[in-house]
Design a protein around this ligand. Structure first.
Ligand SMILES: C[S@@+](CC[C@H](N)C(=O)[O-])C[C@H]1O[C@@H](n2cnc3c(N)ncnc32)[C@H](O)[C@@H]1O
Length: 271
């Protein structure tokens, strides 16, 4: 089931995604998305494009034992890691492998659908949002986060530029896809086109402390499809990429520490 060209990754990368990217970036944004979703005790929640499951795990803490949380992702490795992390943490979440464009649930199965930094990677965003509407009951709502543009995400921009300069534009395409839904009017249009009303587009802006860039940038590459894209490039290319990102982000250094702004749109729509 190859519905995402951008996120076909293996078990090793999925484990690195949880270790490197959830810790530094996805985790803080997942907390903000779950807070914006205003989940209540007893709610049934679906996390679409759940990856290694950070949004679903946090949602499970909100809805409690009378609620239900399911995480769905097209990538089997992501779901394997999601299952094992949730087991370790004692989070009550059901995990399913499935495509956002053909959700394996019947009409009206959930009260809330959440989707963290994944919609921009789906091949057919309109079809995915229509599926989210189908599996929601009347009165249900969807809460979606997508990255804002490079101007608001200097780390993503620095990595995109560094990879483009050292390995070519084609190699950096996946990072370009990360910001491909950064126009809030387009996001609103997709939600309304799928039948959601009273759409509100808000934002999350966080200044995140990043670990040492040499480890973090290499970890980021190894945690995503970039690993495969750069597999043929030598160590020199990796070194150039790290040096370029470090140069571009020097203005965010405070002594030894690096604190970089990141920003997302959060769209909430209702049925
Ligand atoms: C950047 S990750 C985000 C994961 C997680 N929501 C988070 O916040 O950490 C994007 C996820 O979307 C998933 N994905 C891409 N295309 C998909 C599709 N068509 N259906 C379901 N999941 C998909 C990928 O496998 C990947 O796990």
């Amino acid at each position: 089931m190859n519905t995402s060209n951008e996120w076909q990754i293996e078990h090793h990368e999925a484990a690195e995604y949880e270790r490197v990217l959830v810790g530094a970036i996805s985790g803080p944004f997942a907390r903000a998305l779950v807070a914006a979703s205003k989940l209540t005790e007893g709610a049934s929640v679906l996390d679409v494009g759940c990856g290694t499951g950070v949004v679903a795990r946090l949602a499970a803490g909100r809805v409690g034992s009378s609620g239900r949380v399911v995480g769905v992702d097209v990538n089997t490795s992501m779901i394997e890691v999601a299952r094992s992390v949730a087991d370790d943490e004692g989070a009550e979440v059901e995990w399913r492998v499935g495509s956002a464009q053909a959700l394996p649930f019947s009409r009206g199965s959930f009260d809330v659908v959440v989707c963290g930094h994944a919609l921009q990677f789906f091949e057919d965003r309109g079809a995915a949002l229509r599926e989210m509407a189908r599996v929601l009951g009347k009165g249900g709502r969807v809460c979606v986060s997508v990255w804002r543009g490079f101007a608001f995400n200097p780390y993503l921009h620095a990595l995109w530029k560094a990879i483009g300069d050292s390995a070519g534009e084609e190699a950096a395409k996946g990072l370009g896809a990360a910001i491909s839904l950064s126009d809030p009017a387009k996001l609103r249009h997709f939600l309304e086109g799928a039948g959601f009303g009273s759409v509100e587009v808000g934002g999350i802006a966080l200044a995140l402390a990043l670990p040492r860039l040499e480890e973090f940038v290499n970890g980021h590459i190894d945690a995503t499809p970039l690993r495969g894209v750069l597999a043929g490039a030598g160590e020199g290319v990796r070194r150039e990429i790290v040096e370029s990102v470090s140069r571009q982000l020097v203005c965010y250094c405070r002594g030894e520490a690096l604190q970089v702004p990141f920003a997302s749109h959060v769209a909430i729509g209702r049925l």
